[in-house]
Design a protein around this ligand. Structure first.
Ligand SMILES: NC(=O)c1ccc[n+]([C@@H]2O[C@H](COP(=O)([O-])OP(=O)(O)OC[C@H]3O[C@@H](n4cnc5c(N)ncnc54)[C@H](O)[C@@H]3O)[C@@H](O)[C@H]2O)c1
Length: 321
């Protein structure tokens, strides 16, 4: 929406559960948006979350927060979909497939009915397959419908490496690629500490004696993170909400941030017709560029194997619907 010549940065958040409400809280604090509309099929929940949030308004930068309705999609800049069933303890993201596909179909139908020109950010799991479904249903340019992908997993990797090496997380750069799920992998070839490739850094670090087994342990711990957090507290919400704020910043402010969001590949890395995470430049139009870095053969094989697993899930969803 524009007021005079001033464009209002409006974000619609769909799903007022653990992820959606925590994202609203973090987004309100960030000062990135002028208006946040929170939609949930459980209207009482949306109402309660909004009341709790607006009571904090004296402590936030100015932002209007209200319960949302499908009509709010019409003038949104960004629609963040966190609606759907969450993972139960021990349940894989792919097991959520059918339940959440129905949710995505109904939300996309509402968005299309409003002729929205927003960017859609899918968070509901399995996020790569849900992003593929949303792109297919909208028929929009592939960059305009993206998934939160492994932005969270990459943050987890950076945290664990920083802790392991005894270096501030801000000096650690690394990316988790592929599925946001069990077939994801750490792209060690793209991992740097203080500007040094991780294997070179390891030689001057001295924090461990067997880096190869340590890095295997760290990679598995990243992969299992959600299972651990869900096992302890039933849901993940804080880190994912902050990851979503970073993606929202890239879009609302046109920041050209390199993020491993889930995006539809069309021949890049030899993969076509699957959404998964690779480093992308994210800006006002969503994914504006896929960075086709030259991965070593074993990482390329891991990416393609992750793509094959996701393609199988896409086929299963098609067969059952
Ligand atoms: N991509 C990621 O990194 C990531 C991280 C954490 C969670 N998730 C996923 O996010 C989703 C939400 O997780 P949560 O913990 O917030 O779950 P939750 O159960 O706390 O909240 C989900 C909310 O969605 C609402 N909802 C369901 N169907 C709806 C519909 N058709 N329209 C509007 N609202 C609807 C429910 O009423 C509920 O309030 C899950 O699929 C979860 O697996 C993704």
């Amino acid at each position: 929406m524009t007021t005079g010549s001033v464009k209002r940065r409006k974000v619609v958040v769909v799903g007022a559960g653990a992820v959606g409400s925590t994202f609203c809280y973090a987004l309100a604090q960030s000062g990135l948006s002028d208006e946040i509309a929170l939609v949930d099929r459980n209207e009482e929940l949306a109402h309660g979350q909004v009341l709790d949030l607006v009571h904090g308004q004296p402590f936030f930068p100015p932002v209007s927060i209200h319960v949302g309705h499908p009509s709010d999609y019409a003038d949104a800049e960004l629609i963040v979909v966190t609606a759907g069933a969450p993972q139960r303890p021990g349940e894989s993201r792919l097991q959520l497939l059918q339940k959440n596909a129905a949710v995505i179909r109904s939300i996309v139908a509402d968005i299309l009915a409003q002729n929205s020109s927003a960017v859609i950010l899918i968070v509901s799991n399995p996020v790569d397959v849900m992003t593929h479904l949303a792109i297919t249903l909208t028929g929009w340019a592939r960059g305009r419908v993206i998934g939160s992908g492994t932005v969270l997993d990459s943050a987890r990797l950076r945290h664990m490496l920083g802790t392991h090496c005894g270096v501030d997380v801000h000096n650690v750069h690394g990316y988790v690629l592929g599925e946001h799920g069990d077939s994801e992998f750490a792209a060690w070839s793209m991992t740097h500490v203080a500007g040094m490739q991780i294997d070179d850094y390891c030689r001057v670090c001295g924090h461990c004696t067997d880096w190869v087994s340590e890095r295997g342990r760290i990679e598995q711990a990243v992969r299992d993170s959600a299972y651990h957090v869900i096992g302890y507290k039933g849901a993940t919400c804080f880190a994912v909400a902050l990851a979503l704020v970073r993606i929202a910043a890239a879009i609302l402010r046109g920041q050209n941030i390199v993020l491993t969001v889930s995006t539809m590949l069309d021949g890049e890395f030899g993969i076509r017709g699957v959404c998964l995470s690779v480093p992308c430049i994210v800006s006002a139009q969503g994914v504006e560029k896929i960075l086709k870095s030259s991965l070593p053969e074993h990482e390329l094989a891991a990416l393609r194997s992750s793509a094959a697993k996701l393609m199988q899930a896409i086929q299963e969803l098609k067969a059952e619907s």
